[in-house]
Every structure is written in structure tokens, then in C-alpha cells.
Design a protein. Sequence first.
Length: 544
Amino acid sequence: MPIESESGIHLTETDGSSGLDGDIGYIRYGFGEIHALKQGLHQRHIQMIALAGTIGTGVFLNSGQALAMAGPLGAFLAYSIVGLGVSSVVLTMGEMGALVPLSGGLVRYAEYFFDPAMSFANGWNQVYLYSVSLPAEIIAASVLVEFWVTINNAIWITVFSVLVLITALVFVRIYGELEFAFSILKIMLVIGLNIMALVITCGGGPDGESIGFRYWREPGPFVQYLGIKGSLGRFLGFWTSLQNAVFSYSGIQNITIPAAETRSPRQSIPRATRRLLYRILLFYVLSIFMIGLVVPSTDPTLLQLTGTASQSPFIIAARRARIKTAPSVINAIILTSAWSAGNTNMIFGSRILYGMAVHGHAPAVFKRLNRFSVPYMAISCIGSFLCLGYMSLSHPATVVFQWLRDIVAVATLVDWLIVCIVYLRFYYGCKKQGVDRHNELPWAAPYQPYFTWASLILFTLMLVTGGYSTFIHGHWDTETFVASYINIPIVLGLYFSYKFWKKTRIIALETIPLVGLIQFYLCNRVDEPEPQPRKGFAKFNILW
């Protein structure tokens, strides 16, 4: 007998269990979009997209600010702790995404596993996040060009905006190939910079001076932040650098957003998430460690918002070691990184908006697809926010970028919190219904639920204390306060407004439609071919 769950999902009752009700259930779950959207992303694309989300201006430019605020040991601990926390987020997203491979990622999981009102609230929070992230990256790209030539920024903003729009409106395969190429460049740059830092610290630079752990001894492993002396000042520096690390890791959780456009998502998504931890260790934790070896935390150029490669701590290290050829090469690859981030923000934001439209949480017009099977109306909506980039014409571009960056970081933290909450509902729903995650699901994340609980506590503390400096006498800053807390009332307002309007309830653990989703997975897993064993040098490929 057909029944309706609290989330509005059409189920059927047979032998005491719930499942998908034929074609009706297929449409209600939204799996029809897997065939509506073009599945143009291959295994190597989804792997490198996951990696590209973890490498950006946060590593190349803003990591120096973490060093200046917290010192080499403080910054190292901050990036390590946030890296572990976000690892839990990505692993849980991979588990849910392998079972529910739909466009929109967390927006869809919140609908099925927690509360439709949370799906609505976080969906619009993420649309807002990517709409703001997009012009921030375009501004960054336009300012990076000034390293070589100085002309009106409006020209470069227009050029990069048009490139991003063209990339998003054609086959998703084009986007995948671009991200693949950009990711290779960024990987090569990070590895090269870490090797350069190792050579410098061992005395292999032009000046022949061996540094070792000199800067850990003087000026020391920690920094007295905000002029506060003693252990409290050192702790506050470390705690503030946690917020800096959040921006650097922003976007890493979004591997499942283009799931409906990924071939064999139930194989590709788990593979991408399983390899995440060593990528974080290589591209973030190792990089921040090497920065602390070659640049003292007291270097005055670390906090200068130049907006070019000269702000990068790696460039500071090269200049201190008298290496003259590095800045132009690094600036060029950072430029492609900003362009890549703009492409990704456009793709992710438009797919979230499309997924919300499919589910009735956004106007139906955003479901329209063009001849290339991409949601062109959703892309046009997100693309309209590119015009915010022109704000940099009346204000210093680096100031506008920093303001947008702070807002993005807090919105990202809210998103991570919601991921943890939704996954815990999913986990305890499996436990309540007797679902063996390791045997019945396509893939199960390790160390659960303890890993997620620890991340939830960490992210909650970081969100509540994000603007603590504004409450210290003499340190009030309106921009910092607004950027640190504006997302809290926005998300809560959206959540409770939708609950009041639609009269939704938190889905009971026993009515979460896990059985129907598992049945659908079992019936359709034959559509995904078995992975072929790797041969020769392919066995050593750790990237895809």
C-alpha cells in the first residue's frame, strides 16, 4: 500500500519494509536526473575535482597569515586539526553520496535523512556561498594579472567572467578536462614549492645558508597574538589560525555535488574520498610545516595584502634565499588556480540550485537544460553575481576579496556543521532500522560515529567563537563581527520559516527511507561496470 513519508517521499509498504514504488518512487527520489543530465565526468575527473577543491589561494597566499598569527607550530597544529575535522566531513559525504548519487550533495541528503526544512535552509545557504565565492575568485584572478601589467581591472574581470560562463554552459566534460589540467598544474606547483623549501632549509639555496629549525627557536613556535602576553596570547593565535585554515579547506566537502553527472558514481565517489587523508597531509599539513621552516613568523611582508605572488610565503622564502626566477612562475599557476576555483564555484552553485528546483525548493525555471544537458538557467542565475566583481573598481580589490573571503569561510563552517548533523541522523537511522552499513551500503565511512561527533564539537566551538576578537576591549571591528556571525541568523531564519510555512517535522529514525534507497541501489548496481585491475605503472597512480 503506498504511503507518504514525512519528507514527502513516496514509499510502498511490503512485508513490513519500505521501498521504492516503481517508476513513481524513481521520480520522487529524483533519480531521473541521473539520465537527464549528461554523465560526462569520468573517474579521473571526479578524483581531480576533489583534489582541486583542496588546493587554492588559501595554500598559496593566505597560509602566510596563519604563520604570522600563530607561529610555525601553531599554524601546523591548526591546519592539522582542521584537516582531520574536514576529513570526517568528506568521508561521510562520500558514504551518503554513494547511496544517493544526485546533484546537490548535502541539500538532497538533508531532505531524506533529517528535515526538508534543513534541506531548504542549507540549499540557499550554499547558493549564497557559491554566489559570493565566484566574484571573490574573479577578483583574485584580475589582481594576480597586475603582477605583470597594470590596466583597468574591469577588463580582466570581464574576460575571466566570460571564460567561466562559457566553460559552464558547454558539455560538463569540458569542465572536467579543464579541472584535470589545472589540478595537475597545482599539484606540480605544491610539490615543487615544498621541494624548494626543503632545499632552502637544508642550505641548498644560492646563499648556501642552512636554516634548519632556526625560526622555531627564534622568534619561537608560537606568537603572542593581539599583544596578549603568556599562554593565553599563544592560544588565541592558534585558535584564530583555525579560522584561516577553514577558508583554505573550503570546497573540499563538495565531491558529491556533480554526482548525477559522474559515470559509475558508486565506485568513483568512494575512491575519491578514501584517498583524501594523504592528500590533506601532502598538500596542506606538509606545506604549512615547510613554510614554518623557511619563513620567520615576524617577517613584515606576511600580512601585506598585495594580492600577488609577493604575498605568498613561498615567494618570501625564495626572495630571502635570493632565488630570482620563482615569482612569475608561481603567480601564473596561482592565476590558473583562481580561474579553476571560479569554474568549480559556478558548477557547484548551479548544480545545487538545479537540485533544489528538482525537489521543489527553488523555482521550476532552474530545472531547464540546454542542448548540452546542463542547467543553463541555474548557471545564468549564479553567473549574474559575477557583477559583484566590479565592486573592486571603487574599493581596493584586495580589501573586497578579503571581505568576501571571510563571509565564504563562515558559510563553509556552517555547511560542515550541517553535514555532521545530517550524517549522524543517517547513521543512527541505519542503526535503528537494523541496516548493516558495511555490508548493505555501497560504501561505509570508517571510525563512525566518533569521528563525526568530534568534528561536530570542534566546528560548533569555532563557529561560536569565530568573532571573539571583537569582544576584546579596543579590538571591535564591524566587518569581522558581521562576517563571523551573519550566517547563523540567516540559516536559522530560513530553517524555521520553511518549517512554519510547510509544517515539516524532523524525520523519525525509523521512517528514514533507507530500505527503499538500498533496494534501488541493489537493483541498479549492474549499470556500473566492475573496475578493471591496474597494470604496470598505473598501480602507483595515487591521484585517480
